[in-house]
Design a protein around this ligand. Structure first.
Ligand code: MD3
Ligand code: FE
Length: 200
């Protein structure tokens, strides 16, 4: 297992083997059963191409009222618990006593992408964010704290885990495209990303 450092991001290539990925996928399936994927609408009225759901005390989404963390799914029900397998990855990589309060789950079909943005709806940027990739490869683009600067790109593969802490926590980032058919993990293809965040 190798750790790559790129612009302050800590990329653990191949941290999860196939068996660990399947256990995590079981946890994702349980979450999606209780809290189905939906396509958030941006405050500007555009449907996002990425499908989302969440687990934990808070979930993140956007609608006409803006981008925010909310204690319930748009259908009004509380989010299910964060899968133990996801918390185990957080514990292993951060060693922190504190646990995340949100596990945002993004699903990308072969046409989905996520534009460059910062994650800044959390109360305290000193806590890291941990991201886990499952399924098809995604081209992850990383910039700096200011928008519009130089960027670097790296393909994230199933089982890769990224830790964003320190200066990297406020760096711009996005997913430019998905490489359809690059993984056999998800029977119907596509890419799943989990991000673990301390919200309060
Ligand atoms: C850097 N997700 O959900 S994960 C997101 O693959 C998001 O679905 C992408 O950006 C995805 O907000 C990228 C990597 C990631 C996640 C959170 C971050 C990078 C981050 C928070 C701060 C800085
Ligand atoms: Fe993000």
């Amino acid at each position: 297992m190798t750790v790559l450092r790129l612009r302050g991001f800590e990329i653990h290539k191949g941290l999860l083997d196939r068996a660990e990925q399947l256990v995590l996928l079981d946890g994702v399936r349980a979450v999606v059963k209780a809290a189905p994927f939906f396509r958030p609408v941006t405050p500007g009225g555009q449907k996002m191409s990425v499908r989302m759901t969440s687990a934990g005390k808070y979930g993140w989404y956007s609608d006409a009222e803006g981008y925010r963390y909310a204690p319930t799914h748009p259908n009004g029900t509380p989010w299910p618990a964060i899968p133990d397998a996801a918390l185990a990855i957080w514990d292993r990589l951060t060693g922190l006593e504190r646990h995340p309060e949100c596990c945002l789950i993004n699903y990308y079909d072969s046409d989905a992408r996520m534009g460059m943005h910062q994650d800044r709806d959390e109360a305290d940027f000193r806590w890291p964010v941990v991201s886990v990739s499952l399924g098809d490869e995604g081209l992850f683009r990383i910039g700096g704290q200011k928008r519009g600067g130089k960027t670097d790109s790296i393909w994230l593969q199933s089982g890769d885990v990224v830790v964003m802490g320190g200066e990297a926590r406020l760096h711009h980032h996005g997913i430019d495209r998905i490489r359809a058919g690059s993984s056999k993990l998800l029977p119907k293809g596509g890419r799943i990303n989990l991000t673990l965040r301390v919200v309060e």
